[in-house]
Design a protein around this ligand. Structure first.
Ligand code: C2O
Ligand code: CU
Length: 651
């Protein structure tokens, strides 16, 4: 079974188990006060047996989850299950005989302790559910002890009620319970407003000190991100661009009007250069009060050019400017977008595409870039929100660059032709073969380049984002009918030829883990249903710390119910496996990979680009709600800060 299926069933079983105990305790409490009833006695007995079976079922499921990934099972096997098992044993030992007697009609056999132990088992079950839903992975000592204390207190409270021990004791226990609750919530709030450990250390207070203190190489000690910029004398033919961020009212092809934020057009001007060029982009901000930056998504620029407000630069406010410079040393399809409150800025339109051509050009004659974006209520494919057609002669070879700039994954579909996926996230694939009848699922932020020859009957590009926006490439620009047949997704993990790269090598290997989930947390001091990594939200998630040259083996496990397109700045990762199944196709170098619910990805990355790099979910709202952290090179510091005079917001 899939990890997601196991997680869902385990939760359902946990809820049903706690429910059985609770219903049993309520009915038993009624029996205590009311007339004897063998039927109700039988019911309680049945519910208790269901409770015991539920606990046994959770043990089996916990074991299965642990083989999937330990992070899926930790709080269950180390906390919820032992607690429930002990409570169930006590319940059976204490309530078993009296309940059997009650079934035979001996009401006098019931004492207050009988419903109490059933409440205890229910409380243990609820504590286990809270450990799953509120605490997540990793379950630390403090929350475990609080949940244990609450379980004991709830049980004691119910005993005081059943045994009618008097009001004062009951209120006393209730007050104590409330105290434990308030103390645990307060502790967590305090942690969320205290100076964050993870990033604060990189802010000019000297080298970070997390983890085993490996001595930082002398030459990298105390390098500021401001020094990690493209050198003045960098080689390459200079290609200058000017982008002015502005509020703009856009009239789409359909006539729809959208008030957008743009870099001058919708999408922003395409930056198209040739490998080896020195790209210089001057960003000006006309009237975006929240500030803007440009992040070169997927392009492994020097850290100081990465465009993350509050980490690599200050947000560019109205009237201000910032010039980005980088050598276009990698070919392929990329995009750029603001990295200052990007969950808002990108959604409103602050994005564009970046294409770097090989010096000897591409194999195809026609080169079309098709970024997809949902803007307001409209979906724009390329530059239009309706069905467009290009007049392309039969036999023409085409490269189509698919870019998903949305927050969620989208399926792109090509009807009428067998196509070859030649590149993913800007990197060429090895030994790709033509495919037909498959959809291309592109993660939020991801890109795929496809190549094909236009047949007489033409080709139609559609997406699952809209039934209106589409692109036909056909002789005379004639209409190409959309086919309704369902198609499966192409899996890139076994597409293309493996070739030589098996795994990365380096003198020092580092293991890192990211466990994705959703838990209630304090975000900037306010309660929120945050998107967590390793149980924390930004900026409290400890950075992955590396030295230059390290090879990081990163395991990303998704315990949650939503897909998380994980994006690593400044580096491409090599996919090793997904759910334990190794990648057997072309080596897959991605900068954005979709971790679906219950999935476990293992990827490797070589630390070859010093800096402080954001590493986050590209569903930008998830990033804004906590799912963001850093891959930080030891010894690199940043003088920039979250907030401050520029109102920097790194997400
Ligand atoms: Cu495309 Cu940190 O983002
Ligand atoms: Cu996400």
């Amino acid at each position: 079974m899939t990890g997601f299926g196991l997680l869902a069933i385990d939760l359902a079983v946990a809820v049903l188990t706690a429910g059985s105990w609770l219903a049993g305790s309520v009915i038993a409490g009624g029996l205590l006060a009311g007339p004897s009833s063998p039927t109700r006695g039988r019911l309680v007995l049945g519910l208790a047996i269901a409770g015991v079976l539920g606990v046994a079922g959770q043990a089996v499921l916990g074991g299965r989850l642990a083989t999937h990934d330990w992070s899926f099972a930790q709080e269950k096997l180390l906390f919820a299950l032992p607690l429930s098992a002990v409570a169930a044993l006590v319940a059976v030992a204490v309530a078993g005989r009296p309940l059997v007697a009650a079934v035979r009609g001996h009401r006098s056999a019931l004492r207050p302790i009988v419903p109490t132990v059933l409440v205890g088992a229910a409380a243990a079950g609820v504590a286990g559910i809270l450990a799953r839903m509120l605490v997540g992975y990793p379950l630390g000592i403090v929350p475990a002890v609080s949940l244990l204390a609450l379980t004991v207190l709830a049980t004691w409270l119910s005993y005081a009620q059943f045994a009618q021990l008097g009001r004062r004791l009951v209120s006393g226990i209730a007050a104590l319970t409330a105290l434990v609750l308030v103390a645990s919530v307060g502790l967590s709030w305090f942690g969320s407003v205290a100076v964050p450990g993870a990033l604060a250390e990189t802010h000019a207070h000297g080298p970070a000190t997390h983890g085993p203190a490996a001595p930082a190489p002398a030459e990298s000690a105390g390098v500021s991100v401001e020094e990690l910029r493209t050198p003045e004398d960098a080689p390459g033919a200079v290609q200058r661009f000017e982008l002015t961020a502005q509020q703009q009212s856009i009239t789409l092809a359909s006539g729809a009007n959208v008030s957008a934020w743009t870099y001058g057009s919708m999408p922003g001007p395409e930056i198209r250069v040739t490998q080896g060029d020195l790209v210089e982009v001057e960003l000006r901000n006309r009237d975006i009060d929240a500030g803007v930056t440009i992040h070169w998504h997927g392009y492994d620029v020097p850290n100081g050019e990465d465009g993350v407000a509050g980490v690599t630069q200050d947000a560019v406010l109205p009237g201000e400017a910032f010039t980005y410079r980088f050598v276009a040393d990698e070919t392929g399809t990329y995009w750029y977008h603001t990295h200052q409150v990007s969950s808002d800025g990108v959604k409103r339109g602050l994005f564009g595409t970046l294409v770097v051509l090989p010096t000897d050009g591409i194999a195809e004659n026609l080169d079309v870039t098709a970024p997809l974006r949902t803007l307001g209520g409209s979906v724009i494919l390329g530059e239009s929100d309706r069905a467009e057609a290009l007049d392309v002669p039969a036999g023409e070879s085409v490269r189509l660059r698919l870019v998903n700039t949305d927050q969620v994954p989208h399926r792109f579909r090509l009807d009428g032709v067998a196509f070859t996926v030649v590149a993913a996230d800007g990197r060429d694939l090895a030994g790709p073969k033509p495919v037909a009848g498959k959809a291309l699922r592109v993660p939020a932020g991801g890109r795929l380049d496809v190549s094909f020859e236009v047949p007489d009957s033409g080709v139609l590009l559609t997406t699952d984002a809209s039934s209106r926006a589409s692109l036909a490439l056909s002789p005379g620009g004639k209409v190409v009918p959309r086919s309704d047949s369902a198609v499966g997704d192409l899996d890139l993990l076994d597409y293309g030829a493996r070739g030589a790269v098996a795994s990365l090598t380096g003198p020092n290997r580092v293991e890192a883990k990211m466990v994705l989930d959703r838990d209630p947390r304090f975000l900037h001091g306010l309660p929120a249903y945050g998107y967590t990594v390793n149980g924390e939200v930004y900026p409290h998630i400890p950075s992955i710390e590396v030295d230059e040259g390290d090879v990081v083996r990163l395991t990303v496990a998704n315990r949650g119910w939503e897909t998380h397109p994980m994006h690593v700045h400044g580096h491409h990762v090599l996919v090793v496996s997904r759910d334990g199944i190794r990648s057997t196709g072309s080596p897959l170098w991605l900068d954005t990979f979709d971790v679906q619910p219950g999935e476990v990805w293992v990827v490797e990355v070589t630390a070859d680009n010093p800096g402080i790099w954001m590493d986050h979910c590209h569903n930008l709202e998830h990033a804004a709600e906590g799912m963001m952290m850093a891959l930080a090179y030891r010894g690199v510091t940043s003088p920039f800060e979250e907030g401050g005079l520029h109102g920097n917001r790194a997400e």
